[in-house]
Design a protein around this ligand. Sequence first.
Ligand code: HEC
Ligand code: HEC
Length: 199
Amino acid sequence: MSKKAITLALGIMALSAVQVTAQAANVEAGKDAFETCRGCHTSPGTSNVYPTYYVPKVGGQTEAYTVAALTAYKESKRAHRTMMANTIDLSEQKIADIAAYLATASYGSGKAIANGGDIAKGKTLAASCLGCHNDDAKSSNPRLAGQHANYMEKAMQEYQSGARKNAIMSSMVSGLSQDDIKDIAAYFTSLKGGLTTVK
Ligand code: HEC
Ligand code: HEC
């Protein structure tokens, strides 16, 4: 085989490997695996208690971010007792299936619960965030548009305190006051986005 032909053959092999991985995420299997999750993630007003905040919307979330989030709970890198318990037995395959299912779950916007913050001020403050949080379904960053406000407040506070670890996000929110956080959350909640409450 000439060098060119070998390169081509390797290229085709690499391409088919990618396709196999992409096909491997199975939306139907993900839907089945999500059954145990519905109790908390399917009705808009479900709250976490102590601290109290609404269970985040996960429908319509970007696939790569859902994989990252579930893997972080599974590996105890993101501390939340219930979510750690719910992911500990999930295989990589199941996580990929669930992420593919959730990415396709578009059942209407669901209700995003506001926090009374100043949306206009939040919009100004959020200018530096939109490069990443631009609601692009193919991005690996989480979608925020239409997420419940007090969940986002809690996430930002955890990046500030270091309870939730992500170098980029900690630096993005380190200078924000608690009022800023409230206003930014109010702004993202007010946007009509791709996030949905799965039915
Ligand atoms: C008892 C209620 C409950 C159950 C059951 C549950 N979750 Fe959660 N889930 C939560 C709460 C509360 C959070 C927010 C935790 C935090 O603050 O990190 C969360 C967070 C998440 C997140 C991260 C969302 C984000 O924006 O970062 C994903 C994804 C998720 N859950 C998927 C699932 C899947 C998949 C299952 C089933 C295998 C499941 N959940 C079962 C309550 C629940
Ligand atoms: C360079 C890209 C980038 C920028 C800029 C950025 N973020 Fe993020 N953001 C991320 C990534 C990546 C994550 C997921 C991190 C993780 O896994 O915990 C995230 C997570 C979040 C979350 C938690 C989402 C969830 O579902 O749990 C919130 C809230 C958030 N960002 C708000 C902001 C705000 C507000 C700003 C601007 C002040 C901002 N981000 C700027 C990349 C970015």
